[in-house]
Design a protein around this ligand. Structure first.
Ligand SMILES: *[C@@H]1O[C@H](CO)[C@@H](O)[C@H](O)[C@H]1NC(C)=O
Ligand SMILES: *[C@@H]1O[C@H](CO)[C@@H](O)[C@H](O)[C@H]1NC(C)=O
Ligand SMILES: *[C@@H]1O[C@H](CO)[C@@H](O)[C@H](O)[C@H]1NC(C)=O
Ligand SMILES: *[C@@H]1O[C@H](CO)[C@@H](O)[C@H](O)[C@H]1NC(C)=O
Ligand SMILES: *[C@@H]1O[C@H](CO)[C@@H](O)[C@H](O)[C@H]1NC(C)=O
Length: 591
């Protein structure tokens, strides 16, 4: 009964949104059951959502995907300032499909008890996430590829704790221990038996994605199809040798047809690559320089990543061509993104993700479709993965009646109208350093809160601020230091320092800026819904501050100087989210 009344509200809201079209007015008089009649569905757009795994922006991976450029970015809009809010697959994907930050989903790890599929289910999210909302409103929904870790062939769909994914008309997902096996993926479609394929993983996902597009077209309802290959993630398998892949290499594996490509390519040696001098904090600051063997490995790994992305590039072409053959391109949004970024040698870290650095959080996001400007690269808006669910909901013409921590990205008319501009991205993580050898180096504690904040247009600025669980701090002025190698917290916290940071044309001492950013981190650290989108309102409830430039006013100096700083209790690095350990939310100005 409940979902029926929601869909009635939605029908009305839809008609409000599209009140100028004759079709919508006609539909307004029909009962909710008619939401998905063919007249209605022909006007509702379809969405095809393609997501790679661990794809970087900062190491130029997009430059090696000519088909993605031809079919998506040249035909649509790229959001060049798009961020993951937690740079690891399970937390990031959970935030993406729920529109909630990781501190609100509390899915904060890739394994149980703090993460993975079992945690997603136990948090009630399998009853309350994107495909459910969409299918309640007349959409058919399909998904193929990797969803979350911990979906295992022995448990998935076999008991309540490991329930099948809800909300999908059909879902055919990769299951462990074959999820990260490039030449022998194992999958389960709905209630059918688990099945192994002796085909290249991305090709299997491509075939299944296109089959779903065909099914969706036949069904005649508006549709969402998620196509989520595992590339270019590293190949992994259980330590006990079960499901050992061929070849048994802990690297990304390309399709045979791409294994000759980029023979002598090397990781771009930007200034943050294996630097002689490091100013980073936390466990990263304790890393030794990479040796020659490790450096060779970064290049091999990089080449394999780019090779593995070639089949993803072909997948994009196959999808767009099929939609073209079915004459669906005019009414279909096609989105391309990834779950989180990646580093290979930067800051001396051998490989991996999970850091707050630009390599890990800055990620590709592009879209083509009805009303989307072509060949445009947007650097004037800051967006992130908790914005994705509200964006998709708005593109589908549904009301934003869920507890989203994000705001629709400006794509098409309705989403642009609903978009709330913001400069910041709150970034958070709980866990341990993750790379081969971390244990031997006795490195601990990858728990932190961070802030990316970018002012665009005149008076632009570009800052990154990180507060580590062990009390270390990092602050980078990315206008002058785009690769984050000059941590101003090491230089700028002494009163003798004359380093300045320019915000909206005015130069400020580092400390003054840091105090504002620390306040902002704290306004975001436990935020919910609107407060996540407009965090300055937590510090300035009168509503007179909504940008960093406004917060810099001298009248607020004393408030920010006296504000208790972001701190993790006793500098303990808990590997999970304990709200009490992350300090109180600061008192607002004037209280
Ligand atoms: C998050 O989940 C962990 C268990 O994984 C639990 O200990 C913790 O209390 C939860 N945090 C919040 C804020 O609910
Ligand atoms: C696997 O490869 C075979 C041989 O090329 C092909 O006939 C089959 O359709 C492929 N299956 C999938 C699921 O891609
Ligand atoms: C790659 O390097 C090898 C040996 O260093 C060289 O013989 C070969 O020509 C190079 N290939 C390309 C495409 O540059
Ligand atoms: C780092 O030090 C090594 C050895 O002294 C030197 O060869 C190399 O050029 C230095 N790299 C940079 C980026 O300064
Ligand atoms: C301040 O700078 C010193 C080095 O000049 C450094 O040891 C200390 O950790 C810095 N303080 C913070 C809070 O980063």
């Amino acid at each position: 009964m409940k979902s029926r009344s929601i869909s009635a509200i939605c029908t009305v809201a839809l008609c409000v949104l599209r009140g100028s079209t004759v079709n919508a007015e006609a539909d307004a008089t029909k009962p909710p059951a008619d939401v998905s009649t063919s007249a209605e569905s022909s006007s509702k757009p379809n969405i095809v959502f393609i997501m790679s795994d661990d794809q970087d922006y900062e190491m130029d991976s997009l430059d090696y995907m000519p088909l993605l450029r031809k079919y998506i970015s040249d035909e649509g809009t790229s959001f060049a300032r798009h961020y993951a809010t937690t740079a690891q697959c399970c937390p990031s994907r959970t935030s993406l499909w729920t529109g909630k930050t990781a501190h609100n989903t509390n899915v904060t790890d890739v394994v149980a008890p703090h993460g993975a599929w079992v945690k997603f289910v136990s948090q009630g999210l399998n009853e309350n996430y994107f495909p459910i909302w969409l299918s309640n409103h007349g959409y058919n929904t399909y998904y193929t590829g990797k969803f979350l870790n911990g979906q295992n062939k022995d448990s998935y769909g076999k008991n309540v704790a490991h329930a099948l994914m809800k909300g999908w008309t059909s879902a055919d997902v990769l299951l462990e221990p074959y999820t990260y096996n490039y030449n022998q993926p194992g999958m389960k479609r709905d209630n059918a038996n688990f099945k192994l394929y002796n085909n290249y993983t991305t090709d299997v996902i491509s075939t299944k994605g296109i089959d779903y597009i065909n099914d969706a077209h036949q069904a005649g309802k508006p549709f969402f199809v998620g196509i989520v290959p595992m590339a270019p993630h590293v190949q992994t398998w259980p330590a006990n040798g079960d499901a050992a892949p061929n070849p048994p290499e802990h690297l990304p594996i390309s399709a045979p047809r791409h294994s000759h490509m980029f023979p002598n390519i090397t990781v771009p040696h930007t200034v943050n690559f294996n630097p002689n001098k490091t100013t980073t904090g936390g466990w990263v600051g304790k890393l030794p320089l990479l040796d020659a063997e490790q450096l060779d490995h970064t290049n091999l790994y990089y080449r394999r990543r780019l090779q593995a992305l070639q089949a993803v590039d072909e997948l994009v072409e196959a999808v767009v061509q099929r939609l073209g053959e079915l004459k669906l391109l005019d009414n279909t949004y096609i989105i391309y993104t990834t779950d989180n970024g990646f580093h290979l040698g930067q800051y001396r870290i051998p490989s991996g993700k999970g850091c707050a650095y630009e390599t890990d959080v800055h990620i590709p996001f592009m879209v083509r479709g009805p009303g989307v400007a072509k060949g445009v690269k947007r650097t004037d808006v800051v967006t992130n993965h908790v914005d994705v669910a509200p964006t998709l909901i708005t593109l589908a013409g549904l009301p934003l009646n869920h507890a989203f921590d994000g705001t629709p990205m400006p794509i098409g008319k309705a989403a642009t109208a609903a978009h709330i501009p913001h400069e910041h991205v709150g970034i958070e993580f709980w866990g341990e350093p993750e790379f081969d050898g971390a244990g031997q180096l006795h490195l601990k504690g990858n728990t932190y809160k961070a802030m990316r904040i970018i002012g665009t247009g005149e008076g632009a600025f570009n800052l990154a601020y990180i507060v580590w669980c062990n009390g270390d701090h990092e602050l980078y002025d990315m206008t002058s230091d785009p690769y984050q190698v000059d941590n101003l917290m090491l230089l700028g916290n002494s009163s003798s320092s004359d380093t300045r940071i320019t915000i909206a044309g005015k130069a400020y001492p580092v400390k003054k800026v840091r105090n504002r950013l620390d306040g902002l981190v704290q306004a975001v650290k436990k935020c919910d819904e609107g407060a996540c989108v407009k965090p300055w309102s937590t510090l300035h409830p009168k509503g007179d501050v909504s940008t960093l430039a406004e917060a810099m006013k001298a009248e607020f100096d004393q408030y920010y100087n006296q504000l208790a700083k972001m701190e993790f209790e006793d500098d303990i690095c808990l590997p999970y989210y304990n709200a009490a350990a992350e300090g109180p939310i600061p008192k607002p100005f004037g209280s």
